[in-house]
Design a protein around this ligand. Structure first.
Ligand code: AMP
Length: 208
């Protein structure tokens, strides 16, 4: 069964911790494939059935129901493999924004083998909220434009998402300080993911 599961590292942390920034950088390196669940949702046509479900929940800062989310994620992953954008035997999968609660983690056990978890830690909630508001203005994100929606996203993170850390063995969790420049955070993230990538995959030859 293990050989059929996607070999995965989870990018974990509160909204605004920098999961997407780190994931986007790492995803450009051969041998890594980054997928952000929120980005997949945002790419949906808002007039489609799923797009309107997403809008209904995300505009309030709430999570989309688990069954719909995991089904969409699994279909998207499959499409990425069919298109050879993600090659499960060559690439370490970096998941960002999923699983978002313990129920999703349970459902996803059959799809993913979690090799490590990068927990981007920021204890300064107000600094993160500032970061989110800046991003909302730049990226035109409805969910982070309003302070009450941001706070709701944080509450849901603390209540539903943080317990996901207890679902996985402690030795898989690597805490990384999320405060600092993207490059200094990246340096610490690389210290975790490079050994995992090295020990599970044949390394791509640089320049290929
Ligand atoms: P994100 O960009 O990860 O903050 O996600 C933006 C929004 O997409 C969230 O507030 C949720 O409404 C929805 N979303 C993203 N990932 C998930 C997930 N794994 N489960 C449920 N909803 C999600």
């Amino acid at each position: 069964m293990d050989s059929q599961r996607y070999q995965t590292v989870l990018l974990f942390g509160a909204p605004g911790a920098g999961k997407g920034t780190q994931g986007a950088i790492l995803g450009r390196i051969p041998g890594f494939f980054h997928l952000s669940c929120g980005e997949v949702f945002r790419s949906l046509d808002i007039h489609s059935e799923l797009g309107s479900v997403f809008y209904e929940y995300s505009s309030k800062g709430e999570l989309v129901p688990d069954d719909v989310t995991v089904k969409m994620w699994a279909e998207n992953m499959h499409a990425q493999t069919v298109l050879s954008l993600y090659k499960p035997h060559d690439d370490l999968l970096l998941l960002d924004g999923i699983p978002r609660n313990v129920k999703q983690a349970e459902i996803m056990e059959k799809y993913i083998k979690v090799l490590g978890i990068i927990h981007l830690v920021c204890r300064d909630k107000e600094a993160m909220i500032k970061r989110l508001r800046r991003r909302a203005l730049k990226e035109n994100r409805i969910d982070d434009a309003q302070e009450d929606v941001i706070r709701r996203r944080w509450d849901i993170y603390e209540r539903e998402t943080a317990p996901v850390l207890d679902f996985y063995p402690k030795n898989l969790i690597h805490e990384v300080d999320a405060v600092g420049s993207p490059s200094s955070v990246l340096q610490h993230v690389l210290q975790v993911v490079v050994p995992i990538q090295d020990s599970h995959f044949n390394n791509p030859i640089s320049g290929e």
